[in-house]
Design a protein around this ligand. Sequence first.
Ligand code: ZN
Length: 313
Amino acid sequence: MTAMADVTKATTRINRRPAIADAGEVAPKAATPEAAPVKVLENAGYCSCCRNQTVFVAYDSWLRDHYLCTRCGSVPRQRHLQSVLDESFSGWTDLVVHESSPSNDFIARLCSDYSSSQYFPDVPRGAFKDGVRSEDVEALTFADESIDLFITQDVLEHVFNPDRAIREIHRVLKPGGAHVFTAPKHRGLDVSRRRARLGADGVVDHLLPEEYHGNPIGDNKALVTWDYGYDFEQLMSEWAGAEVQAHHRRDRGRGLDAEFNEVFVIRKPHTTVVPTRWEPPRGRRAALGQLRPALGHIKRSLVEVARPNRSAD
Ligand SMILES: [Zn+2]
């Protein structure tokens, strides 16, 4: 039985304002069908998605979905994620990158070793549908330690078992690799809460009124399974067994200003090196043999200390 319903596991835009009130949120304008669009924001800047000087414009105060780059159409969280990649992962476009449930090719078109997948409930994991790989982020088919950067944009609020998803992503990451992701973290919500769970019979049990976001595949509906709150990083960190970095940035020169615009990074630690057991050398000759290289190194070091500018002579 599949681990999730077909309305889940998809990159989404939060195309409805959340039910949870966010302190400081700009009150949405009353929309009437006749009203001409009113420009609420316009400024020049640099877009990390199309890597161009551009103009950012918003015709709606809900900036998360409406503060657009006029050249590529990107929204703030996409630009923020790519600016974090640029600033934190030098040469990332040449790494092995996998993106789960992308809704665009902003990252794909920059990378030399990129793959992506969508959740198709009717396609076996690892198989392809119309050229798109089917994957369940709670049970990936990738080999252990095979991916440098695993990217999810607004996916984790749509999985039934984000703990499993986080652990799976960390299984497939190479040591030193990272999961870079966005997910809405609600201000005003102290403890993250599950909105829906999947019963053993495969039927979705709604613990809270159903809420959906847009979905790039299927019927365009992605069920929200979790609302994340203040404890989000703590939860993620416990599930991953690694530290979570949260990036916050408001910089209109980069088109970064929106609700829920954090980018999170969890790096997989490098494998701990376990030293092999030291065996004492046998006999005087063997002991001298082991000491000789060390003595040579010390002698060279002393010479360098005594003559620091030798190469400039
Ligand atoms: Zn752009």
